[in-house]
Design a protein around this ligand. Structure first.
Ligand code: PXL
Length: 280
């Protein structure tokens, strides 16, 4: 069984970061080792959330794993609360990366043209350094703009997307997949670039007219889970895009109108089924 280390916060209530990565990656048949960087009462879209930073625990936990000679097939990072935490995570990747370890970085820090409340432009610059250490990065357009200093646009064509991909490749990751990209009216999906082969790839599905928190984390968790199941990057991204869109659609029909996260618990069986289909 493959083993992933995922490094992100725990938002106790809110369905994002570790509380989606752990169930989804486990459901995909991959051992999921977690390194919680902070404990929050909720994610930061709630008012009045509490935070306990666990930064001082990262090194002792890692030292114990080193003693146990633990190997990770992938290291997947998500929301990291501070610049210092990013530095610690960069060191940790250096310590635990073996020749066959895939480093997958989701520079989760913003959406809709804005950074999340806890972050500023210096944080974004530090995150660009972390992206430079990765094999694969999966920013959305907002994050790509902050990482590269490019203009954020809501309306764009393929030239803008290709320019962003080129700038992102300049950060140093081997492969880049830009998420939340709409290449035609009513569609959304991903467009990626492989710096090593020079190839572009794209996948689009119908845009579901709703937005929920934590869907970026769901997308990334499924993409990395797909890769650990031996799917190619384009297929892993397709699985992630389809699963995320399906889960948003199911959530939209929930009469209770949840606002802070999606009903991914209801769609896990479908994910497992679809993964099995793509593997055959
Ligand atoms: O889904 C990204 C995320 C993760 N963790 C925390 C967040 C957010 C987005 O706002 O606040 C704590």
């Amino acid at each position: 069984m493959k083993r992933i280390l995922t490094i992100q916060d725990i938002s106790c209530l809110g369905k994002c970061s570790l509380t989606v990565a752990l169930p989804l990656i486990s459901a995909m048949g991959v051992e999921t080792v977690i390194l919680p960087t902070a404990v929050l009462s909720t994610h930061t879209m709630f008012k009045g959330f509490t935070v306990k930073d666990l930064a001082d625990q990262i090194r002792p936990i890692a030292a114990h794993w080193k003693k146990e000679e633990i190997h990770f097939d992938a290291i997947y990072t998500g929301y990291l609360g501070t610049e210092e935490e990013i530095d610690t995570v960069i060191d940790l990747i250096g310590e635990f990366r073996d020749e066959d370890t895939l480093v997958f970085v989701d520079p989760a820090m913003g959406d809709n043209g804005k950074l999340y409340p806890a972050f500023d432009e210096n944080y974004a610059k530090r995150n660009a350094l972390l992206c430079g250490t990765a094999d694969i990065i999966v920013p959305n357009i907002t994050e790509a703009a902050f990482l590269t200093g490019a203009e954020y646009r809501e309306e764009y064509g393929q030239d803008y997307v290709k320019d962003l991909l080129e700038r992102l490749s300049g950060l140093g990751a081997k492969k880049t997949a830009l998420t939340g990209v709409s290449l035609s009216e009513g569609k959304t999906g991903v467009m990626g670039f492989d710096t090593v082969s020079g190839e572009y790839f794209a996948y689009q599905n119908d845009r579901v007219p709703a937005a929920y928190h934590g869907t970026g984390d769901i997308f990334s968790s499924v993409a990395v889970g797909g890769l650990m199941n031996g799917l190619t990057l384009p297929l892993s991204l397709q699985l992630a895009a389809d699963y995320t869109a399906h889960t948003i659609e199911v959530t939209m029909h929930n009469e209770k109108k949840p606002w802070y996260g999606v009903d991914f618990e209801a769609t896990i069986p479908k994910l497992v089924e679809e993964l099995a289909r793509l593997k055959n």
